[in-house]
Design a protein around this ligand. Structure first.
Ligand code: ZN
Length: 394
């Protein structure tokens, strides 16, 4: 409760009018904090908690503008030299505490320096803001160094503690702070951010959908060279499941396994030649000419009659490809369960009813668990595709 000066912001203004510079979405949280600030009742230690990439640091910068801006006190103008320096990360009264110690923690030295700094008045503005990002990087020692300042803050000191996970925070600090939840961003906001960053239009929709409300994740995905290859692998997997065992056990040159080879080698330089591993056992399924192939109850192993899978791809890359494949596939199905078309540009797949889609999701989740245990990732994937290709009964 340390807000010193009255603010010209009208606390009764609509949420649309109560927006901090640079902050997208989170209208309810912005309005609540702007009103608290206008009434001089802003809690001095706020925990901004929300999923990765929803703009917690951006929110902290915007709120710091509101606390320091001389042009529009209490909300921030985003344009004056003060706001510009806050947004640019070089205002002397905004102190970022970032991991700089062992194993991604905030060092005790940094926390102590920050604590000592709080003993003095702000350099320029009416407030001094400490942004801890992330707050769960405060270990016991660093947390204790800050605790006194958080317990008995000087007037004008504000702590903004950023975290994805309240449980990861020190209870001593959490108990003295007020959590503010920042939820997922709307798809339109994420798509607009991707557009501003000049992400090519053909990647925007896919990245926005996959990111599920996280602009940070969407930007990572949009820059991920493996994404397109994994989408192609999903397209071929859907097609192979639709066509059945003949398409699944179709050899390395088939569209499915060509897409697989591309996905497991995506982003990797050509590895040096390695001594060949023994060929993995392959599954052979008898196919009657002119008849729709049927899967056997249990795949039989056969020896010596089929080409081994190329084994130069490290199992780690194969697991990554399967993880990304299942992640995309499950999202595709969830979109369909929500009554939408699924991921852009992909066939609908064989699951026709919501119950079948839920079963397919369960099958894919089992696949994710299995590849962690099984040595032969490709064989595990083949078995799952085979199971998914069986006609489902509702
Ligand atoms: Zn300003």
């Amino acid at each position: 409760m340390t807000e010193p000066s009255p603010s010209p912001v009208d606390p009764r203004a609509s949420p649309a009018a109560l927006r901090f510079p640079g902050v997208r979405g989170h209208l309810v949280a912005q309005a609540a904090l702007a009103r608290a600030l206008a009434r001089g009742q802003l809690h001095h230690a706020l925990v901004l908690v929300g999923p990765r990439g929803v703009g917690k640091a951006t929110f902290a910068r915007g709120l710091a503008c509101a606390l320091l801006c001389p042009q529009r006190p209490g909300i921030g103008c985003g344009a004056c030299p003060t706001c510009q320096r806050v947004l640019g990360g070089n205002h002397p009264d905004v102190n970022w505490l970032l991991p700089d110690g062992k194993a991604g923690t905030i060092s005790v030295d940094s926390a102590r320096a920050c604590h000592l700094r709080q003993a003095h008045a702000p350099y320029e503005g009416p407030a001094h803001i400490v942004i801890v990002d992330p707050a769960d990087a405060l270990g016991e020692g660093a947390g204790n160094a800050l605790l006194k300042t958080i317990e008995e803050p000087r007037p004008g000191i504000h702590f903004l503690l950023l975290t994805t996970n309240l449980q990861g925070m020190l209870p001593t600090i959490l108990s003295r702070a007020l959590p503010i939840r920042l939820g997922r961003l709307e798809d339109e906001i994420v798509a607009a951010i991707l557009e501003e960053r000049e992400v090519p239009v053909e990647r925007r929709d896919m990245a926005a959908l996959l990111a599920e409300g996280s602009a940070g994740v969407a930007l990572e995905l949009a820059a991920d060279p493996t994404l397109e290859r994994c989408v192609e692998l999903l397209r071929q997997a859907l097609e192979a499941v639709h066509r059945g065992p003949a398409a699944i056990f179709s050899g390395d040159a088939s569209p499915l396994w060509t897409a697989w080879t591309a996905a497991v080698s995506a982003g990797e330089p050509e590895p040096p030649p390695e001594p060949a591993e023994p060929p993995p056992p392959e599954v052979v399924v008898p196919v009657m000419p002119g008849k729709k192939p049927r899967a056997p109850a249990k795949p039989k192993k056969a020896e010596g009659d089929s080409k081994p899978a190329k084994s130069k791809d490290a199992p780690g890359q194969q697991r990554n490809a399967v993880r990304r494949l299942t992640e995309l596939w499950i999202l595709h199905l969830r979109e369909q369960i929500r009554g939408r078309a699924g991921l852009p540009g992909l066939p609908p797949g064989t699951a026709a009813s919501p119950a079948q889609r839920v079963r397919t999701i369960a099958g894919l989740q089992q696949l994710e668990a299995r590849i962690e245990r099984m040595g032969n990732v490709r064989l595990t994937l083949e078995q799952t595709l085979l199971e998914l290709s069986r006609p489902a009964r509702d």
